[in-house]
Design a protein around this ligand. Structure first.
Ligand SMILES: *Cc1c(COP(=O)(O)O)cnc(C)c1O
Length: 857
């Protein structure tokens, strides 16, 4: 038999990759560059940005202003050159000194320590952990916290892919592109504990444990800790948890929020951060409350009710969403699948635990905003109007109270001045507002110095910024259009028509339908006349992303792109793809008008217009969100606040008509009405009014001060008292609440005495005594409040409270007490009245902290 010949496979082994890191070429003498690149301080400090640009302007643009990548890519020879360049070295040392001085001034910080939680942060385009307004706001807020020396740390998630990049194809269809972030190329570093170990957290998922690493980003003196689950020890589905911001399904969202809330608190603990106040920016992070309760129970041996007292006192919840459907909620079955393990940690039955996220037992979803509201002493909306809207959205939680009574306040959102203001403006501000500016930006009088600036200086600056924008758009636009193989003739026609002297209007934001980007296009003939007026033309620049799942929003974009290609609109209406921070900056600084046309009251605050006004970009918007507070006559334009039609289509028609009229009759004449020096005096007066009277109110400085005055400081002070002497007050209040809860339903109203007149007719000037007798069943008279509410029917058929009077305990007999008050009617009219009881304690922060109330029928 012939022996079979074969060649045996060799033992090849597996590749064994050993990691080596080649640090960039930066020579030792230029090492400050490396430090500067690792702290986002450079983002809002122009000299630092210039420094990077000088290194290599081309690479700086190519890498989209990412200094870490820049330093990686610059050649050794270029660095050698820079080392010998005295001017460069001097500038570098100057910037570095400024940077170190800034940090030194922030080594020891006073005031309450704040932990801030958010699902997204918009700090710079290179750190793709934001999608839009909410994130930009949080990012601006961290920069401001650093500037204002607030002791704040922040927690979020580090997404591998972040939010998508928007490419449009030839037909205007949005293509979502997700690029993986290489964490070595973005400003994050491993967060280390005190032993120098990389901090990781563990979150329990059904049948397994999720592991997440913690990264750190430095924003001036503020540290942002980012949790990253893309770790080889997790299974694939779990690694996906932090891949996309607002990606995946509702289940993934729950997994993300468990990581952010439960994992976030764990991370802070491992890092040794122990804050006084926990600020939940939107409901996504609401699990922080239950994790803190669990920790307090385990470490301080508090009961659930006591620990909750401590947590509520120190938590603030900011809601951003004006419609109930926008609030995150999870179906109860899925919620239980994931969270079943938790109630045991805090000694609750499942049903009781679930009620933390519900207004009524029969609801089938667990609502994160309800959870946050139930665990926060402070609740606020993000503009005056949105504060009221939030009362309506959350009112089901506070049954027994009328909407208008709810202790839901507001802090209007603002924007970070150094980030959003053009350097050209900063120079003017320094020159006329004083060298100290912007550190004294809260002194609103300082801004009035804008009236001392000569008109031509402002006009020259506006022209320059518009020109810069047009150049930028031409670059960006032609690149994109060539890539997508647009007709070269069309490209050159459109770009040729873009005119740096034409009145330029910007409209850029998320393409959600309520933002009504289509409004302007309701009457295309009329719009064509406006933009093509031969002496007084107008051009519009649009930008914005639609959520990948939002078909209607994507159709809007497509529609605008189609319109922009029609012969009559070429170069007059332009859609620029991939709205990001850099484009936002260029637009807001360069356009003459920023337009916003949301359906009222769906724009909770809006911030982009605020970025505009500090650059002298006039605002033209519906009186919604911040503009309700911002608008002043001769400082921008507004669409009327009141809704004329219930049918949205009619309202849109009317609003579109109003927009065309205002454009034709006011905006265009003001812009093109020139004096003998070709300066539009009226326009400039609007610009000055805007900077003097509108912008100072919409900075993150003002916003931070409001948070301190209205929430951080009062909550800190109360919280200190609640926690003092081994949580003495927390325990007292908790015991009192438990006592009231046990008795409340037994309380019995024995008798109500009112002079007949109340029910019928009373005379002004006469006295009417009112008496209510109650069997308190052992509660003390001062523990039960009795009040008489007087209401008036308003035009909309709703009762509004016109007066609330407290009846005072007069005499007790056994367990009963008689409460009394005398009414002195002083207004004629038809009123209704009702009595109610409420649980009363001098140490409650406000009435709805303990929602024991009973209306007397
Ligand atoms: C400011 C900003 C937003 C938010 O703008 P709104 O006016 O709140 O819609 C969104 N995206 C980017 C890139 C921004 O700079």
């Amino acid at each position: 038999m012939e022996e079979k010949k074969f060649i045996k496979n060799p033992v090849v082994g597996e590749p064994v990759w050993k990691r080596i890191i080649v640090d960039s070429n930066v020579p030792e003498s230029l090492s400050p560059l490396r430090d500067l690149s690792k702290n986002l301080w450079w983002v809002w400090n122009t000299e630092a940005r210039e420094l990077f640009e000088i290194i290599d302007a081309e690479i700086w643009e190519e890498c989209a202003h990412n200094p870490i990548v820049l330093l990686d890519q610059v050649s050794y020879n270029r660095f050698k050159e820079l080392e010998r360049d005295e001017m460069f070295v001097a500038k570098m040392n100057e910037v570095n000194t400024k940077f170190n001085q800034y940090l030194d001034e922030r080594k020891e910080l006073a005031g309450p320590g704040i932990s801030y939680f958010s699902m997204e942060y918009g700090l710079h385009d290179s750190l793709k952990i934001f999608s839009g307004g909410l994130g930009i706001l949080a990012g601006d807020y961290l920069k401001e916290a650093s500037d204002m020396k607030v002791k704040l740390v922040a927690v979020g998630l580090l997404y591998r892919y972040g939010y998508f990049k928007q490419n449009l194809n030839l037909h205007g269809e949005q293509m979502a592109v997700y690029d993986a972030q290489q964490f070595s190329k973005i400003p994050v570093q491993p967060a280390l504990d005190k032993n120098g170990e990389w901090v990781r957290v563990e979150v329990q998922y059904p049948g397994r444990t999720l592991i997440a690493r913690v990264w750190q980003t430095n924003i001036g003196s503020v540290k942002l800790y980012l949790l990253d689950a893309d770790h080889h020890e997790n299974n694939d589905a779990d690694r996906f948890v932090t891949h996309h911001l607002y990606g995946g399904d509702n289940e993934n969202r729950l997994k993300q929020e468990m990581l952010l809330g439960l994992g976030g608190i764990q991370a802070l603990k491992k890092l040794g951060v122990d804050s006084d106040i926990y600020h939940c920016n939107e409901g996504h992070a609401a699990f922080i409350g239950i994790q803190r309760i669990a920790n307090l129970m385990a470490e301080q041996k508090l009961s659930y009710v006591e620990a909750k007292e401590v947590v509520n006192a120190s938590t603030l919840f900011t809601t951003h969403t004006p419609v109930p459907a926008g609030h995150d909620s999870f179906h109860k079955d899925m919620f239980r699948h994931y969270m079943n393990f938790f109630p045991e940690k805090i000694g609750l039955a499942w049903e009781d635990f679930e009620m933390l996220g519900k207004a009524r037992a029969e609801e089938d979803h667990f609502n994160m905003s309800y959870l946050a509201s139930n665990l926060s002493q402070g609740i606020n909306g993000v503009s005056m109007l949105h504060g009221d809207v939030s009362k309506a959205v959350l009112k089901d939680l506070f049954r027994g109270y009328l909407e208008e009574e709810l202790e839901i306040g507001y802090v209007t959102n603002g924007v970070h001045y150094p980030t959003w203001t053009a350097q050209e403006w900063k120079d003017i501000h320094k020159k006329y507002f004083g060298e100290e500016f912007p550190t004294n930006q809260l002194d609103f009088d300082v801004w009035k110095n804008i009236y001392n600036v000569p008109d031509y200086e402002i006009w020259e600056l506006r022209k320059k910024l518009r020109q810069k924008l047009i150049n930028y758009i031409k670059d960006r636009f032609s690149d994109n259009w060539i890539k997508r193989s647009e007709n070269p003739k069309l490209i050159s026609e459109i770009l040729g028509k873009l005119n740096p002297n034409t009145l330029t209007i910007g409209f850029a934001r998320r393409f959600a339908t309520y933002k009504r980007a289509h409004l302007l296009f309701r009457d295309l003939d009329r719009l064509a006349k406006i933009v093509n007026n031969p002496d007084r033309p107008v051009q519009f620049i649009f930008a914005g992303k639609a959520h990948p799942a939002d078909k209607a929003g994507q159709d809007l974009i497509k529609n605008i792109v189609e319109v922009s290609k029609r012969p009559e609109f070429r170069g007059k209406i332009l859609f620029v793809q991939n709205y990001d921070i850099n484009l936002a900056k260029m637009l807001l600084q360069g356009v003459d008008i920023w337009m916003n046309t949301p359906t009222r009251p769906l724009e909770a605050s809006g911030t982009s217009g605020e970025k505009g006004v500090m650059n002298g970009t006039l605002h033209f918007s519906v009186l919604d969100g911040w503009w309700v507070e911002g608008y002043q006559k001769d400082a921008g334009w507004a669409l009327p606040a009141e809704r004329a039609y219930d049918v949205q289509d009619f309202q849109d028609e009317l609003d579109a008509e109003t927009i065309y009229n205002i454009l034709e009759e006011e905006v265009v004449p003001a812009y093109y009405g020139r004096n003998q020096y070709d300066i539009p005096e009226k326009w400039i007066s609007f610009v000055k009014n805007t900077i003097a009277n509108v912008s100072p109110n919409f900075t993150t400085s003002r916003m931070m001060r409001d948070y301190q005055d209205r929430y951080y400081n009062p909550q800190y002070e109360r919280s200190q008292r609640v926690n003092a002497d081994g949580f003495k007050l927390a325990k007292e209040i908790a015991a009192w609440k438990e006592k009231i809860a046990a008795k409340w339903d037994e309380i019995e109203v024995k008798n109500i005495e009112i002079i007949d007149g109340i029910a019928h007719t009373m005379m002004m000037g006469d006295k009417y005594p009112v008496k209510v007798s109650i069997d308190l069943k052992g509660l003390k008279p001062e523990e039960v409040g009795v009040e008489l509410l007087i209401a008036e029917s308003k035009d909309d058929g709703q009762e509004r409270i016109v007066d609330t009077v407290e009846l005072l305990p007069e005499k007790s007999e056994g367990t009963s007490c008689c409460y009394k008050h005398t009414i002195l009617p002083d207004h004629p009219g038809s009123f209704s009245y009702s009595f109610r009881l409420y649980a009363k304690h001098p140490e409650l922060p406000h009435r709805q902290d303990f929602r024991f109330i009973k209306w007397i029928s």
